[in-house]
Ligand binder design. Structure first.
Ligand code: SER
Length: 314
């Protein structure tokens, strides 16, 4: 029987993936954990407070619930990592070590850990960044993720841990508020639009970045975790792509529904982070190995976001 320990449950992806996993495996088979208290939908199933830097407590939880899989999502996002270098190293790399060692010792079925488009850095080809690209990240977050990817590949190859990963692009969903990412402007912009406010963007109007709607991100995660292990040729982390747009293009998409929506631009330190990331990545390995495909384009995402933000945040 599958029993899942999920870390970082209160983060950007937490409740979205947890709800899907609970649909598949049953509510009690997914133990949500976070360093923060459970709020909102997280109260609808088993929840434990857990600091992922505390390896002993994580081991106790794995024993207590007879865990067979870990989804390790606890992390600092890019803008926050840049301001907290030491915490980012401990959380984004150190806690992954704890999880991989636990997976090895308890012979867990599999582990999911997210990487990011931040691994590439400015030397990579920006349009159609290949799976095996130059990776010279210039951000703390990118360095953390690239290190983590290499440990995942090592634990898979040498120690037999079935750890799987995708390089998420910027993720957009309505259930969580922006949480310190560079791509989070594309979440915030919808909240402002729904309130009838104008939006001041911390990136330039032409900053193109790879992005993905939350439903597609959840699908990518579940499909990869369900894939036959023998089909997986990438054990660092898979490129997964969906849409790619600039702040100006997302504002124009919003104007199809809210014609008088206004945006202004005031780039800050996050512009440098965005400049070091790709415009569009090539995800043919994911498409060939485990049949990845996305469903949402920019306007379909805009429609869904604008319809749901108001209902969800009543
Ligand atoms: N969306 C993340 C961020 O902006 C990148 O993986 O931090």
């Amino acid at each position: 029987m599958t029993k899942i320990l999920f870390t970082g449950a209160a983060g950007q992806l937490g409740i979205e993936i947890i709800n899907k996993l609970r649909e598949i495996h049953g509510t009690d088979s997914v133990i949500a954990t976070d360093i923060r208290d459970a709020e909102g939908d997280l109260k609808n199933g088993p929840f434990e407070k857990l600091d992922v830097l505390d390896e002993a407590s994580m081991r106790e939880m794995v024993e207590k619930y007879e865990i067979t899989q870990i989804y390790h999502l606890a992390a600092l996002l890019s803008a926050k990592a840049e301001k907290n270098i030491e915490l980012a190293r401990k959380l984004n790399v150190g806690s992954l070590h704890n999880v991989l060692n636990i997976a090895k010792d308890y012979k867990l079925d599999r582990v999911f850990w997210p990487s990011s488009i931040a691994v590439f850095g400015p030397d990579a080809k920006t349009d159609g960044t290949p799976q095996n690209s130059q990776c010279n990240p210039t951000t703390v977050y990118g360095i953390n993720k690239l290190t983590g990817e290499q440990y995942c590949a090592y634990y898979s190859r040498t120690l037999g841990v079935d750890v799987r990963s995708v390089r998420y692009p910027g993720l957009i969903g309505y259930k969580t508020l922006p949480g310190g990412g560079t791509t989070d402007y594309a979440v915030d912009i919808y909240h402002k639009a729904v309130k009838g406010e104008s939006f001041e963007c911390f990136l330039d109007k032409d900053s193109r970045l790879p992005m993905m709607y939350m439903d597609d991100a959840v699908k990518a995660t579940i499909d990869l975790m369900n894939a036959d292990s023998s089909k997986l040729s990438v054990r660092t982390s898979y490129n997964v792509a969906a849409i790619s747009f600039t702040p100006e293009e997302i504002a124009n998409s919003i104007r199809k529904f809210i014609p008088d929506f206004k945006i202004t631009y005031k780039p800050d330190y996050r512009q440098d982070i965005a400049n070091s990331w790709p415009d569009r990545i090539d995800d043919s390995a994911a498409r060939n190995d485990w049949g990845w495909q996305h469903d949402f384009d920019l306007d379909a995402m805009t429609k869904d976001m604008l319809e749901n933000i108001g209902k969800y945040w009543k």
